[in-house]
Design a protein around this ligand. Structure first.
Ligand code: NAD
Length: 509
């Protein structure tokens, strides 16, 4: 773990976004410090990688208990440096620990060696095994400073890797506390190290001798990370932004949908990659839905202690939000709650807007504020067409009854909720990630464990079948005719279905 004694670089001040008060100071580590952390992690990964799943699970259990016992301290740090309410911070801590618990429990089964069908080669045994990659570099954002990175860290550790974690410069304090607890509870030193600093520290990690980079942040930085990693051909996993749509159908429970739309767009002051950022509502229920949303949004309190939402964490984001709202106002949007003229410093009040169009920034680019633009649509097909009209593809939500499952499959996104919002991140078994500008790769779930594993294929000849060895130059004279006959007989008729059943039984016996 990085301590004040171990750094020579300048420092980064951490400020409470609500009060402007300095709440901490951490090292702004340079490339040499990052390289040293990676080298230490390399040693740790060898020891940890040699553990069996039961040993790792015991260690991760101790880490999990350490985090749970420190839940209050962790939530307080998040509250101070990110600015979100304490309750939200505690929910984040709980969900982060849930992921650690889930990853540790699932790893033995998901990463155990499995036998697969050998196809035509009935005399072969084919297996797939999973091995640790080595050292994983995790670069995290500030909006969920422990929940989001833990979605990579937990699965990387459970898969047998060491981790070097670079938290956002806005929220490094909770990360250092997680690193301290890891050092106290894990039996392998340097298994989880935290390297604090600004963007250059992250860039050093992306360029470093790691075996994979798991990055969560903006698409712009994601591109830079991928370019830096390309030098060593380091694989990358990118969890980027979103412009998540919500669709409300005529048979939706409107009270439930309105409450969810407001919470989904405004919780954490709208600073979630999976926030509801656009809402498409069927014309037949539009007026009633909008009235309910306005009433809900008027009940959302904003400010500091005790409020539902706090200040905007990243000062530069305030300018983006203002730009989006002003652009929408200029193009004819109507503000029913809040509006650009109601913004004060880094406090953005809950905002509900209608009469929006797809040529407005607020419908195209990530706004990352407590903003809900609502658009009336004539039918569900138009809602779907507009929902899919985006360069992103992270999450989505649908409210209704009759056709919701079918529509959920047709929304082009990595994840979709039905009659609820944002819930995919809280279900540890569900793979989390997007497509398009929302990135690629999956954290969480079984896919998350395999993301941080090296897949190894082994095929073994169990016995020889005379005249049936195709991996030789000594083929029988009629081999051509034999192969042709097999192609026709096996794949040219329904016999294949029967044959593959027989082969499957042979292989998996
Ligand atoms: P950001 O891209 O500004 O920063 C993310 C991290 O990258 C920080 O730790 C930062 O210091 C580091 N960084 C900056 N420049 C770097 C560089 N050149 N090389 C390597 N690292 C560098 O993003 P942010 O503002 O912290 O986070 C907000 C963004 O993250 C939003 O777009 C949000 O949607 C996204 N996000 C996505 C998910 C998801 O899972 N898809 C989750 C949370 C946040």
């Amino acid at each position: 773990m990085v301590t004040a004694a171990s750094f020579t670089s300048p420092s980064v001040q951490v400020k409470n976004p609500n009060t402007g008060e300095v709440v901490g100071q951490v090292p702004d580590l340079g490339a040499a410090d990052v390289d040293q952390a990676i080298a230490r992690a390399r040693g740790a990964s060898r020891r940890w990688g040699a553990f069996d799943h039961a040993q790792r699970r015991r260690d991760l259990g101790a880490f999990r208990r350490g985090l749970a016992q420190a839940a209050e301290a962790l939530a307080t740090l998040i509250h101070l440096e990110n600015g979100k309410p304490k309750t939200d911070a505690m929910a984040e801590v709980l969900l982060a620990i849930q992921h650690l618990s889930h990853a540790a429990a699932r790893a033995p089964e998901v990463l155990s060696t499995r036998t697969v069908s050998s196809g035509l080669m009935a005399n072969f045994k084919s297996t797939v095994s999973y091995h640790p990659l080595g050292v994983i570099g995790v670069i995290g954002p500030w909006n969920y400073p422990i929940f989001t990175p833990m979605g990579s860290i937990a699965y990387a550790l459970a898969a047998g890797n060491a981790v070097v974690f670079k938290p956002s410069e806005l929220t490094p304090l909770v990360a250092l506390e997680v690193g301290r607890i890891a050092a106290e509870t894990l039996s392998v030193p340097d298994l989880l190290q935290v390297v604090t600093g600004r963007g250059a520290t992250g860039a050093a990690l992306a360029r470093g001798a790691v075996d994979k980079i798991a990055f969560t942040g903006s698409p712009a930085t994601g591109r830079r990370v991928m370019q830096a990693a390309a030098e060593r051909l380091t694989p990358v996993l990118l969890e980027l932004g979103g412009k998540d749509p919500m669709i409300v159908l005529p048979d939706a429970d409107l009270d439930k949908a309105a409450e969810a739309a407001v919470w989904g767009s405004m919780s954490n002051a709208g600073q979630a990659c999976v926030s509801i950022e656009r809402c498409y509502v069927h014309a037949s229920i539009y007026d009633r839905f909008v009235d309910k949303v306005v009433a809900e949004a008027q009940g959302v309190t904003f400010g500091y202690e005790g409020a539902h939402i706090g200040a905007i964490t990243l000062p530069a984001q305030v300018d983006i939000i203002k730009k989006h709202l002003t652009d929408a106002a200029d193009k004819g949007a109507k503000f029913l709650v809040g509006g650009p003229d109601k913004m004060q410093g880094n406090v953005v009040p809950p905002t509900v807007m209608v009469d929006v169009t797809h040529d407005m920034l607020v419908m195209k680019e990530e706004t990352f504020g407590p903003i809900l633009p609502i658009l009336k649509v004539p039918d569900s097909e138009e809602a779907l067409r507009l929902a899919n009209q985006t360069s992103y593809g992270l999450g989505a939500a649908i409210f209704g009854k009759a056709h919701v499952r079918e529509l959920a499959e047709r929304i082009v996104s990595g994840m979709t909720t039905i009659n609820t919002v944002l819930a995919f991140g809280s279900v540890p078994g569900l793979p989390f990630g997007g497509i398009g500008e929302s990135g690629f790769g999956r954290i969480h779930g079984d896919e998350g464990l395999r993301e941080f594993s090296r897949t190894k294929s082994v095929v073994e000849q169990r016995f020889a079948i005379p005249g049936m060895n195709v991996f030789t130059f000594k083929l029988p004279a009629n081999a051509y005719e034999q192969f042709k006959g097999m192609a026709e007989k096996l794949y040219g008729s329904a016999v294949l279905d029967k044959a593959s059943e027989v082969l499957k039984k042979l292989h998996l016996r």
